[in-house]
Design a binder for this molecule. Structure first.
Ligand code: SF4
Length: 370
């Protein structure tokens, strides 16, 4: 079995007590059946705590207090289960988070999720184009159901995704022109996918891999209305934590002063233009993680829109931060990317609602302002 992973993947390490937004706070933590059996057998003080701190019927830890902390997260934000029983005692979700996987026949793609600040730092870290590596490993990650996949469809879509990466990483163009092109490309792919026309997907992939494109004229009025649309979409979603609605109100208020917002945006990009590769890495992250899911649901359009939507949302959060403090350091963008990821990516409901809105309202029209 081949494991494909981003080139930063092996450098991921949880920063535990140093984390400013621990995943052991505010998230329901399932205890898988295998681990439940092991936890039942633990003796001593930890055994006692396990017996009272796990909801054995529902199979999750009982979160504590208003903050909803994991009952084993101590006052130094370290895990008492790791301290007392070792890392191998963790349940699956604690062991794996924030890693994610996508399974194919003979291939597993792995990555680390942007909702974790340590992962976000890695994703945004390097100035070079993001790449992937492949290693051969024992096949204990294989999902049996993937063996029946349509191999031809997977192969054609993989090539189409390669083209998407090359469009997004073509530094001849601004990142905004690339995102706009990418959306146009995805629309064409959707048309071909609707008719199951694999030849057309291949032709389109071939064309976008090598074509030269006109550079978009940026349109200030269009930009502000696009930003307002993004904030209005967000307001329809379920807030993942109590800070999120306040952030959205903040964005809405900043956008009321359209000329001030655009001026701040220009200044921010002038100062930080050499860090535009961070948006490129985000685009590659979203496409790597979501694009291939279209092989099962036939919807490549909303996967493409999702990538562009999240990057624009992060861009608006960046501008708001710049207006407030007069600067945007690397860590600010890490936090904005992480917050966007938590709100959008880590809620199945929000992902589904956004996909519906993209289709109903024709999100690609937003690309004209990029
Ligand atoms: S969010 Fe990431 S760095 Fe923070 S505690 Fe969780 S896995 Fe560790």
């Amino acid at each position: 079995m081949i494991i494909r992973k981003p080139d930063y993947y092996d450098r991921f390490q949880c920063i535990a007590g140093e984390c400013s937004d621990s995943c052991c706070i505010g998230w329901e933590i399932d205890v898988d059946e295998e681990r439940q059996a092991k936890y039942r057998a633990v003796t001593g003080e930890l055994g006692e705590r396990l017996r009272t701190c796990v909801d054995w019927e529902e199979g999750h830890f009982i979160l504590q207090g208003k903050e909803e902390r994991c009952p084993f997260l101590n006052h130094e934000n370290l895990c008492d289960l790791i301290i007392g029983l070792g890392e191998e005692s963790l349940c699956e979700i604690c062991r794996e988070h924030p890693r994610y996987y996508e399974w194919y026949d003979g291939l597993t793609e792995a990555g680390v999720g942007l909702c974790c600040e340590a992962a976000a730092r890695l994703i945004l870290e390097c100035e070079d184009k993001a790449g992937f590596m492949e290693v051969e490993e024992a096949d204990d990650l294989q999902n049996a159901e993937e063996e029946n996949e349509d191999a031809e469809l997977v192969s054609v879509l993989m090539k189409a995704r390669e083209t998407a990466f090359s469009v997004l990483q073509d530094r001849k163009y601004s990142i905004w022109t690339r995102l706009s092109l990418f959306l146009t490309y995805v629309e064409e792919l959707q048309d071909a996918l609707d008719f199951g026309n694999l030849d057309e997907i291949e032709e389109s992939a071939e064309y976008y891999r090598s074509a030269a494109f006109e550079v978009n004229e940026s349109n200030d009025q269009g930009k502000i209305s696009a930003y307002e649309t993004i904030v209005s979409y967000c307001k329809k979603l379920e807030p993942i934590d109590e800070l999120w609605p306040a952030r959205l109100n903040d964005l809405r208020d900043h956008l009321k002063d359209a000329s001030g917002f655009l001026e701040a945006e220009k200044k921010m990009f002038d100062v930080n233009h050499e860090r535009n590769y961070e948006y490129e890495h985000l685009a590659v992250y979203f496409v790597y993680r979501y694009f291939m899911k279209c092989r099962t649901d036939g919807d490549v359009y909303s996967k493409g829109c999702l990538a562009v939507f999240c990057i624009l949302l992060i861009r608006i959060l960046d501008i708001a931060k710049y207006i407030k403090t007069g600067c945007l350091c690397k860590e600010d963008r890490v936090q904005n990317a992480k917050n966007c990821s938590k709100e959008i990516e880590y809620s199945e409901e929000n992902l589904a609602l956004l996909a519906e809105m993209f289709w109903e309202e024709g999100f690609e029209k937003i690309a004209v302002c990029l």
